[in-house]
Design a protein around this ligand. Structure first.
Ligand code: ATP
Length: 304
């Protein structure tokens, strides 16, 4: 990387509530998605180059496409198109967020690439416009830019920031192999049909944020948050990956206040009472488990 390169740090997310509505005619689901950014980060470095180039290192990098289909590359292309310029940039990803793990790592890299390219090319794109580009790139991308905590409705991309009254400590246990997010939604619809509940917008309750959970976040009350965590995709993720039930139980047995599948999985998230317990639980769960505090800031340009 040359001296002119810029690096952006971007957080992973956990869904403290993921309420999934019925299947819409356009193939998406309406969501009430309470996002919390957590201190597990990818780093995106952008450096001047003759054309678009992408490279990477770190956790699960062999399962990340290092070509124009990478979400970070797509972000650079869309930003350059908006400004009528060529995407001349070398993007380098340093990944620590599990790939296809339900922690929105690809979305984080897209938000990181957008902020990094904007700075590298001196564009000064207004934040509102960056957020609009993020929403075009994917449902979880705007939140990776914003960080903190937020309620996402629509496909999850229409964000309202939420107040968080204190730190929450988590442990994340990555699982071998990823889960495809669309496959988990399909399994959720299948299970709903099988239960005779139907799967359309008219059969399933309209998703809404749980007011007790929003109060728990606002108060920084870890016990109240533990009691209200919920994920409508969890039974679908467990149906596709029954082994995850064992991981969830192991975390609870080792002292977690609550255990939940992160987003579409297969990463399992454990909420604990404090930082020390997080370190102990991560140790007990083994090398694939990592402690991380929340809330974490969104995409942040690091000093040169
Ligand atoms: P979400 O929680 O938003 O559903 P996820 O965390 O489950 O997403 P990602 O890590 O974002 O999943 O990756 C999903 C797929 O996207 C990967 O299997 C990979 O093929 C592709 N992909 C494209 N760009 C990236 C990237 N920069 N990092 C990781 N995966 C990427």
């Amino acid at each position: 990387m040359t001296a002119a390169s810029v690096t952006v740090r971007v957080p992973a997310k956990v869904n403290v509530q993921l309420a999934v509505g019925g299947l819409r005619p356009d193939g998406f689901h309406d969501l009430a998605n309470v996002f919390l950014a957590v201190g597990l980060y990818d780093h995106v470095t952008a450096a001047p180059a003759a054309g678009l180039r992408i490279s990477g290192e770190g956790r699960d990098i062999e399962s990340v496409p290092l070509d124009a289909s990478n979400l970070a590359a797509r972000a650079a292309i869309v930003l350059a198109e908006r400004h009528g310029i060529e995407p001349r940039v070398h993007l380098h990803l340093r990944k620590d967020i599990p790939v296809a793990g339900g922690m929105a790592g690809g979305s984080a890299d897209a938000a990181g690439a957008l902020v990094a390219c904007d700075a590298l090319w001196g564009l000064g794109t207004p934040r509102e416009e960056l957020l609009a580009i993020c929403a075009e790139l994917g449902s979880d991308v705007p939140f990776a830019l914003a960080g903190g905590a937020a309620l996402g409705v629509g496909r999850g991309e229409i964000l309202t920031p939420l107040e968080v009254g204190g730190a929450f400590h988590w442990v994340f246990a990555a699982a071998e192999g990823g889960l495809s997010t669309p496959a988990v939604y399909r399994e959720c619809d299948r299970l709903r049909r099988e239960r005779g509940a139907g799967d359309g917008v008219d059969d399933v309750a309209v998703p809404a944020a749980d007011p007790r959970l929003l109060d728990a976040l606002r108060a920084g009350d870890v016990h109240a948050l533990a009691a209200t965590l919920s994920n409508d995709l969890q039974s679908a993720a467990l149906s596709l990956r029954p082994d995850l039930a064992r991981t969830l139980r192991a975390g609870e047995d080792a002292g977690a206040l609550a255990a939940v599948v992160s987003g579409s999985g297969p990463t399992c998230a454990f909420l604990v009472s404090d930082e020390e317990t997080a370190a102990k639980l991560a140790h007990a769960l083994g090398p694939a488990a990592r402690p991380a505090p929340a809330p974490a800031p969104g995409a942040t340009l690091l000093p040169a």
